[in-house]
Design a protein around this ligand. Structure first.
Ligand SMILES: *[C@@H]1O[C@H](CO)[C@@H](O)[C@H](O)[C@H]1NC(C)=O
Ligand SMILES: *[C@@H]1O[C@H](CO)[C@@H](O)[C@H](O)[C@H]1NC(C)=O
Ligand SMILES: *[C@@H]1O[C@H](CO)[C@@H](O)[C@H](O)[C@H]1NC(C)=O
Ligand SMILES: *[C@@H]1O[C@H](CO)[C@@H](O)[C@H](O)[C@H]1NC(C)=O
Ligand SMILES: *[C@@H]1O[C@H](CO)[C@@H](O)[C@H](O)[C@H]1NC(C)=O
Ligand SMILES: *[C@@H]1O[C@H](CO)[C@@H](O)[C@H](O)[C@H]1NC(C)=O
Ligand SMILES: *[C@@H]1O[C@H](CO)[C@@H](O)[C@H](O)[C@H]1NC(C)=O
Length: 562
C-alpha cells in the first residue's frame, strides 16, 4: 500500500474515532446484565419449594441505575416454559416493544435467550421486575429496580446512609404450576400461605438490615405479591414518606403504611432508638385471616433482642377502609421538588387540561362454561398467539383481534359481587387516540380490594371514594397535587379515578395487578398509535425482536421515518 493511501486511511480513522467520541459523550451510559433464569430451591416461608431464580438468586439481581441510563439485559431462559419479564413502572418511552407482556412481545422459548434494551428516560424512583408469563411471579423471578436522580438534579432529602430494598408479598407454598392448574381447571387460588420478605423466612435470627445509630436509611418497599394488600411498619420507628412510584411526595411521617399489590414507596427511617434489634412487620390487610411476617433490623454495635410485642396493625373491616382511604388522601405530590428533570414536578398542571375521553371500568367475576373468569365491563381478556403490537405493526391485526369490542362504559351494569352478567371471553384491545387526555374510573362492586396498573405511563391518582362514580364526583378530584404514580387500589364498594395524557405511542397493558385476576381476564390493552409512523413518536421494531404466530414469516414493514 502506498504512503498517500495509508495517510488517507489514518485520517479517515481519526475522523471516525472523533465522531464516536462525540456520540459516546452525547449518549447516556449503558448498564449491561446477563441473566440466567433457572429453577432452584427457595424457602420464603421456611418450607423448601421450587422457585424461579435469576443468576441463582431470589429475589433476583437489583437493577440500580440513574435517570436516562440505557439498560441492556440478556435473559437466558433455562426454565421449561416460555418466559417474559416486565420492567414494572418503567415507562418505556416510544418502546412498548420491550414492555414484556404477551400482547407486545413473543415469549422467550425455553433454552433460548433474548436481549432487552430500554432506557429509563426521565424517570426516578422505586420499582421491580417480574415474569408476566403463566403465573411464574408466584414462584419468583422478581427483583428490585431503582432509578436514582442524576447528579445535578436536586433531591428533596439528604443522601441516606444506605438504600434498602424490601420486596414483600403474599406467598403460596404450592408453586406457580400447581396454581396455574387450579385456575385452568376453573377454581380460584384461595388464600395465600403467608407473606414473604425478600425471600427470607425469619428463622435464622440473621438481621435483614443493619443500621448505625444516628443515621438515616432509605427503605424502598414494594408489594410484589399476588393479591394481598399489606401494611408495613417498624417497631418503635417512624416512616417518613419521600417517594412513591417515581414521584417525590410531601414528606409526611407515618407509624405504618398500606402498600397494595404492585405499589412501591420509599420511606426514610432514622436509627434514633436504643441500640438493639427491632422487628420490621408486614401484615395482610382486609383478609379473613390476618397474616403477619417479621424481619429483623439490627443496630450496629447494638445489644439486645427485639421485643416480641409487635406494633398493632391498623383497624380492619369498615373502619379500616376509612383509615386506609384517609391515608391515601394524605399522599401529596411535592410540587416544588424535582423528579428526573431539573424543573419542579408541579410545573405540569394536569388539573387544567380538558378531559378528552372517559373510561369507566367496572370489574366483575363470573363463571364461563363453569369456570371462574374475571372481567372488565363484561369482557374477559385472552391473549393471542400473535402479540397485538406485532399484529398491528405488520398490518394483520384484523386476523388477530378487533378494536373496541369493549365500550368505554359498561352496557349492562353488574349490580353485585357475584353477578352473572354475560361475560365474553375475547382479546380486549382499545383504540386509544395519541395525545388524548384520558380519565379512567375504576369502579369496584365486589367485596374484595382491587389494584390496577397501567404500563407505559404514570397517572395522577386524583380520587378514591366509597360508593358509585358519577360525573358530578369530579368536583371532588384533587386537581392540584395528586401523586403521579402507576398503580391504584380500589376498595370494595368504592371507586378510584386517575388521569393521564396518552403521549407515549405503543401498545400498553392496563390490568388488574392481582395475578389471578389478570390471568383470568381482568386486563386490556390500550393501542396508542401515532398516525405519523415517525421515529419522533415511536422506535422501530428492534432488530432482534422475536417473531411468532402470524408474523413469523411476513416481510418486514418499511421502517418508521425520521
Ligand atoms: C444457567 O444455569 C444452569 C443451571 O445452573 C447452567 O446449566 C447453565 O449453563 C447456565 N447458563 C448460562 C448461560 O450461564
Ligand atoms: C446505586 O447507584 C447509586 C447511584 O448511581 C450509587 O450511589 C450507589 O452506590 C449504587 N448502589 C449499589 C448497591 O450499587
Ligand atoms: C443471545 O446471547 C448472545 C450472547 O451470549 C447474544 O450474542 C445474542 O444476541 C443473544 N440473542 C438475542 C436474541 O438477544
Ligand atoms: C418539597 O420539596 C422542596 C424542594 O426540594 C423541599 O424544600 C420541601 O421541604 C419539600 N416539602 C415537603 C412538604 O416535603
Ligand atoms: C416500642 O414498641 C413497643 C411495642 O411495639 C412498646 O411496647 C414500647 O413501649 C416501645 N418502646 C419505646 C421506647 O417507645
Ligand atoms: C376546555 O374546555 C373549556 C369549555 O369546554 C374551554 O372553554 C377551554 O378553552 C378548554 N381549554 C383548553 C385548554 O382546551
Ligand atoms: C382509531 O381511532 C382513530 C381516531 O381516534 C381513527 O382515526 C382510526 O380509524 C381508528 N382505528 C380503528 C382501527 O378503528
Amino acid at each position: 500500500m502506498s504512503q498517500p493511501a495509508m495517510g488517507c486511511i489514518k485520517s479517515f480513522v481519526a475522523v471516525l474515532v472523533c465522531l464516536c467520541a462525540v456520540a459516546v459523550q452525547a449518549e447516556d451510559p449503558y448498564l449491561f446484565f446477563d441473566w440466567n433464569v433457572t429453577y432452584g430451591m427457595i424457602s420464603p416461608l421456611g418450607v423448601p419449594q421450587q422457585g424461579i431464580l435469576i443468576n441463582g438468586q431470589f429475589p433476583g439481581p437489583k437493577i440500580n441505575c440513574t435517570s436516562n441510563n440505557n439498560i441492556v439485559v440478556n435473559v437466558f431462559n433455562n426454565l421449561d416454559e416460555p418466559l417474559l419479564l416486565t420492567w414494572y413502572g418503567v415507562q418505556q418511552r416510544k418502546n412498548s416493544w420491550q414492555d414484556g407482556n404477551p400482547g407486545t412481545m413473543c415469549p422467550i422459548a425455553p433454552g433460548t435467550n433474548f436481549t432487552y434494551r430500554f432506557q429509563v428516560k426521565d424517570q426516578i424512583g422505586s420499582s421491580f421486575y417480574y415474569p408476566t408469563t403463566s403465573l411464574q411471579k408466584a414462584s419468583g423471578g422478581i427483583g428490585g429496580l431503582q432509578i436514582h436522580s442524576r447528579l445535578l438534579i436536586p433531591v428533596p432529602f439528604d443522601p441516606p446512609a444506605d438504600d434498602f430494598s424490601v420486596l414483600t408479598g403474599d406467598w403460596y407454598t404450592k408453586g406457580h404450576k400447581s396454581l396455574k392448574r387450579l385456575l385452568d381447571s376453573g377454581r380460584p387460588l384461595g388464600r395465600p400461605d403467608g407473606i414473604q420478605i425478600n425471600g427470607n423466612s425469619y428463622t435464622k435470627d440473621e438481621p435483614l438490615f443493619t443500621m448505625e445509630a444516628g443515621k438515616t436509611y432509605r427503605y424502598r418497599v414494594c408489594n410484589v405479591g399476588m393479591k394481598t394488600s399489606l401494611n408495613f411498619r417498624i417497631q418503635n420507628h417512624t416512616l417518613k414518606l419521600v417517594e412513591m412510584e417515581g414521584s417525590h411526595t410531601v414528606q409526611n411521617v407515618y407509624d405504618s403504611l398500606d402498600v397494595h399489590v404492585g405499589q412501591c414507596l420509599s420511606v426514610l427511617v432514622t436509627a434514633n432508638q436504643d441500640p438493639k434489634d427491632y422487628f420490621m412487620v408486614v401484615s395482610s390487610r382486609f383478609t379473613k385471616k390476618l397474616l403477619t411476617t417479621v424481619a429483623l433490623i439490627h443496630y450496629a454495635n447494638g445489644k439486645g433482642p427485639a421485643s416480641p410485642e409487635l406494633p398493632p396493625p391498623p383497624p380492619e373491616t369498615e373502619t379500616g377502609i376509612a383509615w386506609s382511604i384517609n391515608q391515601f388522601r394524605s399522599f401529596r405530590w411535592n410540587l416544588t421538588a424535582s423528579a428526573a428533570r431539573p424543573n419542579p414536578q408541579g410545573s405540569y398542571h394536569y388539573g387544567q387540561i380538558n378531559i378528552t375521553r372517559t373510561f369507566k371500568l367496572v370489574n366483575s367475576r363470573a363463571r364461563v362454561d363453569g369456570k371462574l373468569r374475571y372481567a372488565v365491563n363484561g369482557f374477559s381478556h385472552t391473549d393471542a398467539v400473535t402479540p397485538f403490537k406485532l399484529a398491528e405493526y405488520y398490518g394483520v391485526q384484523d386476523k388477530v383481534f378487533k378494536y373496541d369490542t369493549m365500550k368505554d362504559e359498561p352496557d349492562k351494569v353488574p349490580e353485585s359481587a357475584n353477578n352473572n352478567i354475560n361475560v365474553l371471553v375475547t382479546s380486549n384491545v382499545v383504540n386509544a387516540t395519541f395525545r388524548n387526555f384520558v380519565e379512567i374510573v375504576f369502579e369496584n362492586r365486589e367485596k374484595t380490594i382491587q389494584t390496577w396498573h397501567l404500563d407505559g405511563y404514570s397517572f395522577f391518582a386524583v380520587a378514591i371514594e366509597p360508593g358509585r362514580w358519577s360525573p358530578d364526583k369530579r368536583k371532588n378530584y384533587n386537581l392540584v397535587d395528586a401523586v403521579s404514580r402507576n398503580t391504584i387500589q380500589v376498595y370494595p364498594g368504592s371507586w378510584a379515578a386517575v388521569m393521564t395524557t396518552l403521549d407515549n405511542a405503543g401498545m400498553w397493558n392496563l390490568r388488574s395487578e392481582m395475578g389471578e385476576r389478570a390471568y383470568l381476564g381482568q386486563q386490556l390493552y390500550l393501542s396508542v398509535l401515532s398516525p405519523a409512523r415517525s421515529l419522533r413518536d415511536e422506535y422501530n421494531l428492534p432488530d432482534n425482536a422475536l417473531l411468532c404466530g402470524m408474523v413469523t414469516n411476513l416481510p418486514k414493514p418499511p421502517p418508521y421515518s425520521i
